[in-house]
Design a protein around this ligand. Structure first.
Ligand code: SF4
Length: 724
């Protein structure tokens, strides 16, 4: 579509919430955001916005800035005391002195950086370079670990690279949509509207939803598979078993483009429809229907998200689903392929720059000596460290154990969002120096900070993000930052230069020679040369005209919508690899003491820890307060009335909140939304510490391959609350 010109008082940018990555037009006057509307020229949304996106301008009002924003650097002289304002120079000098001392006395691995999928790609790039390049520690991880790392590991295991092969346009061209572990209707609303539109245009299209809960997405499906929690691999293997038995696999495509099928066949041979129906709690005939629709449709597209990723066997779940696409040749064609949905607006950009503990720039692997040498050469350094960095759960555990002494947290709220809150709180209390770089002053993590650094946010920031379909969009500032807030990339550069002077690096050899986010992005672009995500043909100038998908190599007229159309994969053999993964039990199965399966997830109108959406009363219209959703039978059996307070207890802690009956909830399963923080929902750890939200209950058990924690399942008991 031709770009629609905007008026001088309007600025094109991108929504800061979910991974759909919708384009927005920000209206402003006198330095204030006055309105927002969907960008009709943006290919992610063509002008549409959901309830969150369409109220963005209200979250940027001066009144909310005064109430909720961090406006000046603040230092807490002593834990428990109120912080006092200090200037930027004093704040950054203090930060550089303390990090330098800790690195000198205890080694660089005594420092950990925990960043966010809400940072822009430029922010992420300099953070990664600061940790791995300048300080010499790979202890940098991100809240995207809680969101996408199983999808990354699944793609790499099967297809050879962390590159989602399909795109949003495939929704319009699919004949069968298989949605697994995603309530897209609430978590990715604009994409779901595209699905609804595609179904109207193509009435023969089949929609299968695999989800234990009867969510709004499942409610609209042609076939809902309400599988038991954790049984996803068994389900996918069972579908493959049926496809093989019925002759619905594509033997010619398998022979030409894959390897490892015999080993997988040996595993799925045991997954008979009878066994799978029992293990998954599903009807055998539904398994046959799903297998037939998936395999025999002209084009099948899978969309999947946290239900697969947030699991102690998340990588296996991702790989087992991709196996189905490889076995049926449903990949590399219009309307066909696996397409993981990113939760956050720039989880993808963080992966591109290697902003995780096990990655390096441009999809390079830390464990690969050649990749380390390439990155060292790019940065003009003799080497980058080989010691694996601590991933999210490991980082906070290491801080709780005293191994990590300084925590630098940017644009995220681990004191609410990380599983097993008690350990995170211990980590924040024990670390001798906690820095929180944030736009909002209201998060629980801010309360634990020694130093608070005010950052810019949506409407003020300048850079790029990449959405779920590999599309890079510009994020542009429409108004000046309030108070003394600074861009995240700028804070890191200012800190990096101070650290360099303390480490004896002269300014002419600075690793941070940037004055604009474009200069950072250009260096990131150069790091992608010859890699699977090569964007060396792209520029900020081209992105000014339209968002583009990667790869975008030199000479390209546009980015590539779909990958692997030639059937060649980025593996040593050029073949995709079937993964003969074994079904694994849940990390914490239900038992007689904890007889309920608790899952967590999103509401339609809230975002993460509510630091932005929680400022607007109208976004509480759908759900006004926290509750635990239970099956009506379970409530009746325990004599719990609707709205009555119950105590929910896991091995790690307990919370008290009202119970609500929900027929969407299967028996012996319960649901609590992830968004509610201490303002709404306090809990207490098994050791008596006061905690916030549902993560007082969740487990930090994680997938051994992706290190993504099992936020989707904890065993709990639910009892009527004993009131004083
Ligand atoms: Fe923003 Fe996601 Fe809604 Fe689009 S679907 S407007 S990106 S929250």
């Amino acid at each position: 579509r031709p770009a629609v010109p905007v008026r001088p008082s309007e600025t094109r940018s991108t929504c800061p919430y979910c991974g759909v990555g919708c384009g927005v037009i920000i209206e402003s006057a006198d330095g204030q955001v006055t309105g927002v509307r969907g960008d009709p020229a943006h290919p992610a949304n063509f002008g549409r916005l959901c309830t969150k996106g369409s109220t963005l301008h209200l979250t940027a009002s001066p009144a909310i800035a005064r109430q909720a924003r961090l406006l000046t650097p603040m230092l807490r002289d002593e834990r428990g005391m109120a912080p006092r304002a200090i200037g930027w120079d004093a704040a950054l000098d203090q930060a550089a002195d303390r990090l330098h001392r800790i690195a000198r006395e205890h080694g660089p691995d005594a420092i950990g950086f925990y960043v966010s999928g809400q940072l822009l790609t430029e922010d992420y790039y300099v953070f990664n370079k600061l940790a791995k390049g300048l300080l010499g520690t790979n202890n940098i991880d991100t809240n995207s670990r809680l969101c996408m790392s199983s999808a990354v590991a699944g793609y790499k295991l099967t297809l050879g690279a962390d590159a989602p092969p399909a795109c949003y346009e495939d929704i319009d061209q699919a004949d069968c949509l298989f949605i697994a572990g995603s309530n897209a209707a609430w978590a990715h609303p604009i994409l779901y509207r595209r699905i609804e539109q595609a179904r109207q245009a193509r009435p023969h299209m089949k929609l299968i939803v695999a989800d234990p809960r009867r969510t709004e997405t499942a409610e609209g499906a042609d076939l809902h598979l309400p599988l038991l929690p954790g049984s996803d691999v068994m389900l996918f293997h069972g579908l493959l078993h049926i496809m093989l038995w019925e002759g619905w696999t594509d033997a010619a495509w398998i022979a030409a483009h894959t390897e490892g099928f015999e080993a997988l066949k040996a595993v799925v041979r045991e997954c008979t429809p009878e066994r799978v129906a029992q293990a998954c709690g599903l009807r055998k005939e539904d398994l046959f229907t799903a297998a037939r629709w998936f395999a025999t449709a002209q084009a099948t597209l899978s969309l999947y998200c946290q239900g697969l990723n947030q699991s102690s066997s998340g990588t296996a779940k991702n790989a087992a689903l991709i196996n189905l696409h490889l076995a049926t040749g449903q990949i590399g064609r219009p309307g066909a392929g696996p397409l993981s949905l990113t939760g956050q607006p720039n989880a993808m950009g963080g992966r591109e720059v290697g902003g995780l503990a096990n990655l390096l720039s441009a999809h390079r692997d830390l464990a690969n000596p050649a990749h380390r040498a390439e990155v060292a050469a790019l940065w003009g350094l003799p080497s980058v460290p080989a010691t694996p960095g601590k991933t999210a759960v490991e980082m906070f555990q290491a801080a709780a154990d005293g191994e990590i002494r300084a925590l630098w947290i940017a644009c995220t709220n681990p004191a609410q969002s990380m599983p097993d809150q008690a350990t995170v709180r211990r980590a924040l209390a024990r670390a001798e120096f906690v820095v929180v770089q944030e736009a909002f002053a209201t998060t629980a993590t801010c309360e634990a900070a020694d130093l608070l650094l005010p950052a810019t946010t949506w409407g003020e920031k300048n850079g790029t993000v990449t959405n779920s379909e590999r599309r890079i969009s510009r994020v542009r500032p429409a108004v000046p930052a309030p108070g003394e807030a600074r861009d995240d990339w700028r804070i890191v550069v200012d800190l990096g230069r101070r650290l360099e002077s303390r480490m004896g690096r002269t300014p002419d050899r600075s690793l941070f020679p940037y004055d604009t986010p474009e200069a950072v992005w250009n260096e990131h672009r150069e790091s992608t040369r010859g890699r699977d995500l090569d964007i060396t043909g792209l520029s900020y100038a081209l992105l000014e005209q339209a968002p583009q998908q990667w790869p975008y190599p030199p000479g390209a007229a546009q980015g590539r919508a779909r990958l692997y159309e030639d059937g060649v994969f980025p593996t040593a053999s050029g073949r995709a690899r079937f993964a003969a993964v074994q079904p694994q039990p849940l990390a914490e199965p239900r038992n007689s003491r904890f007889p309920f399966s608790l899952t967590t997830g999103r509401l339609r109108d809230q975002w993460h820890g509510m630091s932005r959406t929680g400022t607007l009363g109208r976004l509480f219209g759908q759900v006004a307060e926290p509750c635990i959703e239970m099956h009506p039978w379970d409530m009746e059996r325990q004599g719990i009335a609707a709205g009555e307070l119950v105590q929910v207890t896991s091995k790690r802690g307990s919370i008290v909140l009202p119970a609500q009956p929900s027929p969407a909830q299967p028996a012996a399963q319960a649901f609590i939304a992830m968004h509610w923080g201490s303002e709404f929902l306090t809990g207490v750890s098994a050791g008596g510490e006061v905690l916030a939200g549902v993560n007082a209950l969740t487990t930090s058990a994680f997938c051994p391959d992706s290190r993504q924690p099992e936020l989707k399942h904890a065993a709990v008991r639910i009892e009527k609350a004993a009131l004083p």
